[in-house]
Design a protein around this ligand. Sequence first.
Ligand SMILES: [Zn+2]
Ligand SMILES: [Zn+2]
Length: 138
Amino acid sequence: MESIVEILKQNKISPSIQRVRILEFLRDNRIHPTADMVYKGLVDEMPTLSKTTVYNTLKLFVEKQILVGLTLFENEVRYEYNMEPHIHFKCTKCGKIYDLDRSFDFYKDEIIDGHKVEEHHVNLKGICSNCLKTEKNK
Ligand SMILES: [Zn+2]
Ligand SMILES: [Zn+2]
């Protein structure tokens, strides 16, 4: 709780309870949620929360570079903590998006056909370990 408040203060955002809980949700649920998923995850404990507040708060966090907004697959914006580039894996069964623990520094600063690569994004799709387990147990 404290560190979240600190992050907000460092970015000159006043730490209202809704902002704190929204950022906590992102920290604790590393599932790259959409704004809608954040709203659904918090509305039970905070019935006064509105979708507009969630959207505006996420937008503010992205502007302050606390979060990144990613359009990974389809046209849906997913949110996650700002960190080093990493590989994303989307499960075609449950729709969860995982961060894969494998670095991929290839192409970085390389010149390909005269173009200088500065960043790259790798998005993989498949069936996640959880869904594979459930399939086997059927
Ligand atoms: Zn899955
Ligand atoms: Zn990620």
